[in-house]
Design a protein around this ligand. Structure first.
Ligand code: ADP
Ligand code: MG
Length: 356
């Protein structure tokens, strides 16, 4: 461990290249975290291996954020644009949301997810095989306590029929393997063991187990009723949290400064991504770069409809809030609603301009 040479960081313009300097490397390269035996070398594997990373670092456990704070603290402040003494506040009160998506907007569906991780277990890049099975075992018990519209069934990936799995993916409910960053960061070790999906009968309340975070808690439905989706999510998170506490005495990892702890520092804070799938033919004709720039100005992020690594098809986009930290959940959802209404209005003008 100690004396390992300073690696060549291929992503030269990444935040890792900026903050993992030779002196920092010498100070931290032999540190091994207590919970999952994680190291700085493991944390920065994506920035070392690939030349296309913006951030390039993951945490292997909550300890990583503390043990490697010389790297994580300035990097997190830089990425999220927060000050060193910023504190995170949470607000999941759906009644504070003003207005909604214009009912005439071509919105197919709405989805809001948060990441959550349970204290005492490693985060996906570092989590041990035993810990991963421990999380899954605990969640099987915790899910069984959910009632009413949140009640449902847990389906492990191990042994899932291929037809069933592919249908869940095609219907936008289930994660897939194969993301190069997740693989390099160590998140697909022992795949598919310990992974699975919980959902209610309507598939409007779902939880992914042991993907990029231990838990991704999701609320989604057809159409653009963001308030209803947000309200269900708030109730669902609370119910899962209470149930985990009841079964194990454990809490979600929550840091005063960084909010909910996630494996990727870009998700710190709320860990929330509120999105709609919406048709934007005008912007498609104008060019995806124009859409990207406009989203940036509106604090939004465009993705393709097959997920972050799945790519773009046709004129339908996944438009979500860009920020996670430094804003409350209510503010982020509001930002998405207002921004999508703006994009849809502008798209109508662009359609006229291009004679669509
Ligand atoms: P995440 O931020 O949750 O990791 P991804 O970009 O990886 O999101 O997408 C995960 C899945 O969620 C994909 O199948 C994607 O199509 C689906 N998804 C995201 N937003 C929506 C939405 N508004 N409606 C329907 N499905 C969605
Ligand atoms: Mg993802």
């Amino acid at each position: 461990m100690s004396g390992e040479p300073f690696p060549e960081i291929k992503s030269k313009h990444s935040l890792v290249a900026k903050y993992v300097t030779q002196p920092i490397w010498e100070k931290l390269s032999s540190v091994v975290t207590k919970t999952s035996g994680f190291t700085l070398a493991k944390a920065i594997s994506c920035a070392v291996e690939y030349d296309d990373q913006h951030c390039g670092i993951y945490a292997g456990d909550w300890d990583s954020y503390k043990d490697f704070a010389d790297v994580f603290d300035p990097l997190i402040q830089d990425y999220h644009g927060i000050s060193a003494d910023a504190v995170h506040t949470s607000d999941m009160d759906a009644s504070k949301i003003q207005g909604t998506i214009d009912p005439s907007a071509p919105v197919h569906s709405t989805r809001i997810r948060v990441g959550r991780n349970i204290d005492g277990f490693g985060l996906s890049p570092g989590i041990t095989k035993d810990q991963r099975l421990g999380v899954e075992g605990l969640m099987k018990k915790a899910f069984a306590n959910l009632t009413g519209d949140l009640a449902g069934t847990y389906y492990p990936l191990t042994g899932m029929e291929e037809k069933v799995r592919q249908q869940l993916v095609d219907d936008h409910f289930l994660f897939v393997s194969g993301d190069k960053n997740l693989i390099t960061a160590g998140m697909e070790r022992d795949w598919p063991e310990g992974r699975g999906i919980f959902h209610n009968k309507e598939k409007t309340f779902l939880t992914w187990v042991n993907e990029e975070d231990q838990l991704r808690i999701i609320s989604m439905q057809k159409g653009g009723d963001v308030k209803a989706v947000f309200d269900r999510l708030a109730r669902g998170i609370q119910a899962v949290q209470d149930s985990v506490k009841k079964e194990s005495g454990k809490d979600f990892m929550l840091d005063a400064k960084y909010g909910f702890i996630h494996s990727c520092p870009t998700n710190l804070g709320t860990g929330m991504r509120a999105s709609v799938h919406v048709d934007l033919p005008g912007y498609t004709k104008e060019g995806v770069d124009a859409l990207k720039a406009r989203c940036e100005a509106l604090k939004l992020q465009p993705r393709g409809t097959r997920g972050e690594s799945g790519g773009q098809t046709g004129v339908t986009y996944d438009i979500s809030n860009k920020h996670r930290l430094g804003y409350s959940e209510v503010e982020l959802v509001q930002c998405m609603i207002d921004g999508v209404n703006t994009l849809v209005k502008e798209d109508i003008e662009l359609q006229k301009k291009h004679g669509l």
